[in-house]
Design a protein around this ligand. Structure first.
Ligand SMILES: [Zn+2]
Length: 279
């Protein structure tokens, strides 16, 4: 095999260096519009693969087994971490996080009792719970009642869906846009549900590579299309405000499943239809 279909490519456009290495994720292309340090950052995050099983849609549409024939955990069966939160549990959660923020304020040298900061721990706690509300939702909740039988064979593209997430390494925001395309196989998904799927996964602690893959896998599992393509372009505040401090560097990741993986024409059609304009 000249090239594993599971390789990740990192294209550092300023250095023209290409790094190729094996990963357990679906075929992904990561291009970094910035210097060497950022390519290194991306390498580090990609070299710590997430616990997912490798996965592809085979010709017969059997998407629930990985290439070793092992049944992978179903995205649709996944239980959200805060799925069963009651009002009481939620209040306790906010109370606990508020106390933690108070300690953080003291630890950075601030006076949590000065007027401007009195309500900050509670406000920050409520904001954090909101930023991570994807833990309260499951993909099954989102897609139920929105899968329709339809003889449509043409590519469906929903482009430039806004996402706001928190990087799991620094808990600071990364945000940007997602374009999703799929080739239906007698079933379509309600269009707004594609945006909802992006929202559920992005409102959790994330790395962009995993977010991209999860969106693709969720759509693949929900409607078993002939192929799914996802491209995500984000600005990471952990790169902008610290470390490399590359203000305009955006990170692009993509996941191609099924036909999009095998057929360059379909892939190119998607990349042109779903192109993300600079933001
Ligand atoms: Zn980060």
């Amino acid at each position: 095999m000249s090239q594993s279909s599971d390789d990740i490519f990192i294209d550092s456009s300023t250095s023209n260096d290409y790094f190729t290495f094996s990963s357990s994720s679906p075929k992904s292309i990561i291009s970094m519009k910035c210097g060497q340090e950022l390519a290194h950052d991306a390498l580090c995050s990609s070299l710590c693969p997430t616990k997912s099983a490798s996965f592809s849609i085979s010709e017969n549409g059997d998407s629930d087994r990985n290439k070793h024939g092992i049944r992978k955990p179903s995205v649709l069966d996944e239980k959200a971490l805060r799925e069963d939160d009651t009002v009481l549990v939620r209040d306790q959660r906010i109370e606990t996080i508020s106390r933690s923020y108070q300690v953080i304020l003291e630890s950075i040298g601030e006076d949590p009792l000065r007027q401007g900061l009195l309500k900050t721990p509670k406000r920050a706690a409520e904001a954090l719970v909101f930023f991570t509300k994807g833990y309260e939702q499951t993909i099954r909740d989102v897609v139920s009642d929105a899968v329709f039988d339809e003889e449509c064979e043409n590519m469906v593209v929903v482009k430039e869906i806004d996402i706001y997430s928190l990087c799991e390494h620094h808990m600071v925001p990364f945000f940007g846009k997602v374009s999703v395309g799929y080739l239906p196989n007698k079933r379509v998904l309600g269009l707004s549900k594609i945006a909802r799927i992006c929202e559920v996964f992005s409102r959790r602690l994330q790395v962009q590579e995993r977010l991209t893959r999860q969106i693709a896998e969720a759509i693949a599992e929900a409607i078993q299309p002939r192929g799914v393509a996802v491209i995500v372009e984000c600005l990471h505040m952990c790169m902008v405000m610290r470390g490399a401090q590359k203000v305009n560097s955006r990170t692009t990741t993509s996941a191609m499943l099924g036909v999009f993986r095998e057929d360059p024409k379909s892939r190119e059609e998607f990349l042109s239809l779903g192109r993300i304009t600079p933001f």
